[in-house]
Ligand binder design. Structure first.
Ligand code: KG4
Ligand code: ZN
Length: 344
């Protein structure tokens, strides 16, 4: 008999609901984005995000069920993002999922947002199975994760300061682009020379899988300020291309070395920054050089969406990882934390 998952995602500025069949077949994936609302503030305003999640959550769930052609009666479990993210935003999805679970008796599965991003790869690549290495790059996180099995994650290293997406957004902002800036830098970088300016690459010694992007950010800001003070022209395309190269080189080289050190030959990428064309090309090239197989989520599966949460929820449900109704939003929870009710 088929297993149907209903999933909810509301950790940041997308309200999303999805229905999956047997964990990997997406029957619906409805996303209500608040990007245009937050754009005028230059970033996500948490209180505004919470209010819009409240308005959107029920219509989005209704649409996901209608698009999938099923009703709540057909659903076997409800997966919901409980962290990490903005606490007020997370609470809306968690409260909605708990309400549905309480009213219907459908079991609740508490999903970690970043584990969801990694599992987007299973939706985009039906043949993919663990173990593999995952480069996780989003607006809030940057890390290399060894996915040893569906329930076994080992973080090799993460960022000490800014996440890669955060660095993209901050630099884009000072260059005059609207939020989120990553895609704008990506587009502009295609027209520039990535070798034009040498920006620093922190912690690049072999065997170090941690990241740091705050020095790079300061260096780009200093470069722009000093050009402005001297009244010199700035070639924005060259700045975008050189900045992007500095980030991409670090991400790709650390992934290469981690995979070689572990003897892992399957590489996946996850999170919003995985949409970056420069990163995709560089990862693909590195994987060809090393004889690795490269997997990536595409389109809406790379940024925040509920289908990826549903895929993670399906495997957790298979492993018996359910939550009771005491589930709460956790803004800072690490990957692999125990979020389910453990058997006595
Ligand atoms: O995973 P995501 O949708 O949300 C978080 O969980 O953070 O990632 C959003 C981040 C933003 O920082 C955005 O600028 C970045 O992903 N991003 C990109 C691109 N598309 C989205 N960064 C660089 N190049 C892109 N094409
Ligand atoms: Zn995300």
């Amino acid at each position: 008999m088929s297993v149907y998952t209903l999933a909810l995602e509301s950790s940041c500025d997308e309200t999303s609901a999805a229905v999956l069949k047997d964990g990997r077949l997406v029957l619906s994936n409805v996303i209500s984005s608040q990007v245009p609302i937050h754009q005028k503030f230059g970033g996500v305003v948490p209180e505004v995000a919470s209010r819009h999640h409240i308005e959107q959550v029920i219509p989005v769930i209704d649409k996901a069920l209608i698009d999938a052609g099923i009703t709540l009666n057909d659903i076997d479990h409800i997966g919901v993002t409980y962290g990490p993210g903005l606490v007020g935003a997370l609470l809306v999805g968690v409260a909605a999922a708990k309400g549905l679970s309480f009213a219907t008796g459908i079991p609740l599965v508490p999903v970690h947002h970043m584990e969801g991003h990694i599992f987007a790869n299973f939706l985009a690549n039906p043949e993919l199975e663990p173990p593999f290495l995952s480069l996780v790059v989003s607006g809030g996180h940057t890390m290399i994760v060894h996915v040893k099995g569906y329930e076994e994650f080992h973080i090799l290293g993460q960022t000490r300061d800014d996440a890669a997406g955060e660095a993209f957004d901050k630099i884009a902002r000072v260059m005059g682009f609207p939020y989120p800036g990553g895609p704008h830098i990506d587009a502009l970088a295609k027209e520039g020379n990535p070798e034009a300016i040498e920006f620093p690459k922190a912690l690049s010694e072999e065997g170090n899988y941690e990241f740091s992007f705050s020095g790079l950010k300061s260096s780009v800001l200093n470069y722009l300020n000093s050009k402005n003070l001297k009244g010199e022209d700035i070639n924005k395309a060259d700045v975008a291309a050189s900045f992007q190269k500095a980030i991409v080189d670090v991400l790709v080289e650390k992934t290469r070395h981690a995979a070689k050190a572990l003897g892992e030959t399957k590489i996946t990428v996850a999170g919003g920054v995985s949409a970056n064309k420069g990163l995709q090309v560089a990862l693909e090239t590195m994987c060809k050089e090393e004889g690795f197989t490269y997997y990536k989520p595409s389109g809406i599966l790379s940024t925040d969406n509920a289908a990826m949460i549903g895929c993670r929820a399906y495997y957790m449900a298979q492993a018996g990882k359910f939550s009771d109704l005491h589930l709460n939003a956790k803004p800072n929870v690490p990957i692999g934390a125990v979020s389910w009710v453990e058997a006595e």
